[in-house]
Design a protein around this ligand. Structure first.
Ligand code: NAP
Length: 317
């Protein structure tokens, strides 16, 4: 479906995702005007300086008035309270969506506040970096990345198609799936890797001081790849684990069993088991590259990045 621009889009939250959406909407002319809201005056001022919105509002309700599309770009735990705050100001026929990394909890918290004459289609762009705030966004963040929409039963197919066309115009590929399935898929592709990163970096930080210096000095051995994930916004990730508890806990059980099997193989010198496991794991990397979801340059292309003038490498949720 060719995309017809929205008249007015409201971005609630102007951090990494909200500001990236603004940049790409400006570049592709996807909205006639953009209004915005962020919690702090500092972010609202910075958003105006950067031209991320035509108007910024202290109250979210003022930002959504007359908006045809409202995108909640706030941490998962803030989606419910924000939906409550904007509920009465939403324009009849408007589409409300979100970008939260967890879907079932957002649906549970937001749906009760969406009036009957307003459409709610939850979404999640699988694109990100470890940076946050209004300065961190860039127009190409969503390019060739997947955006998952999890429409509720009974959603008008035309509305889902309109939002699909919007994300495609932002450069994304779009998949539609059930919210519970989304949460299970993301628990393994995003939430568990992130938790492992937070854990390994914390373990290293708790080592005695001399060793810690060595951890930093020799981090190119692998550790530094975890630190990129661990540098992510703590509020966002706290909310992810509080709101995708079941899927993450189930997966952690499985992960611990597999880790114990590796531990046992190391203890008993079972080289065949280790070799077979690592060979299977290696194949996954090749498939990610073939799917266009990462660069095939050695060391993630670091060797060619002598100047830091490019946007940060993405690929995180
Ligand atoms: P971010 O850079 O930290 O920005 C969050 C924005 O939300 C800020 O503008 C913040 O305002 C605002 N905000 C926070 N709490 C609020 C509240 N209670 N009321 C109103 N505004 C509030 O976060 P982000 O990375 O863009 O993430 C936003 C959403 O996208 C999250 O739900 C996250 O799960 C999802 N997501 C993130 C990524 C990623 O890689 N980062 C990828 C995909 C999806 P202040 O600046 O004034 O505090």
């Amino acid at each position: 479906m060719a995309f017809a621009p929205f008249e007015k889009v409201a971005l609630i939250g102007l951090g990494l995702i909200g500001s990236s959406l603004s940049h790409v909407m400006r570049r592709e002319k996807l909205a006639t005007s953009i209004s915005g809201h962020a919690r702090s005056a500092a972010t609202r001022e910075r958003a105006m300086e950067l031209g991320l919105a035509d108007t910024m509002h202290e109250h979210a309700a003022d930002a959504v008035r007359d908006a045809d599309l409202v995108v909640l770009c706030v941490p998962v735990g803030a989606c419910g309270p924000v939906a409550e705050a904007i509920s009465k100001a939403l324009k009849p026929g408007a589409i409300v969506t979100d970008v939260g990394s967890v879907k079932s909890a957002v649906i549970r918290e937001v749906s009760p506040h969406i009036p009957g004459n307003v459409h709610f289609v939850p979404g999640h762009p699988i694109a990100g970096t470890e940076y946050s705030g209004p300065d961190s966004g860039f127009a190409s963040l969503f390019e060739n990345r997947w955006c998952i929409l999890t429409p509720l039963g009974g959603t008008d197919a035309d509305v889902t198609a309109r939002l699909t066309a919007f994300w495609k115009a932002c450069g994304s590929n779009v998949d539609i799936m059930d919210a519970d399935h989304h949460d299970r898929v993301l628990s393994i592709t995003s939430h568990l890797p992130q938790l492992i990163a937070f854990n390994i970096v914390t373990t290293a930080a708790d080592l005695e001081e001399v060793t810690q210096q060595e951890v930093i000095k020799y981090s190119a051995g692998g550790f530094r790849d975890f630190t990129r994930l661990a540098a992510s916004d703590p509020t966002m990730w706290r909310d992810v684990y509080l709101n995708n508890k079941q899927a993450v806990l189930e997966l952690l059980g499985r992960f611990s069993e597999d880790m114990s099997a590796l531990q046992r193989a190391i203890r008993w010198g079972d080289g065949d088991m280790l070799f077979d496991t690592f060979t299977r794991a290696r194949g996954i990397r090749q498939r990610i590259i073939e799917a266009g979801q990462d660069t095939d340059e050695p060391d993630f292309g670091r060797g060619s990045q002598h100047s830091e003038t490019t946007a940060p490498a993405d690929g995180r949720d």
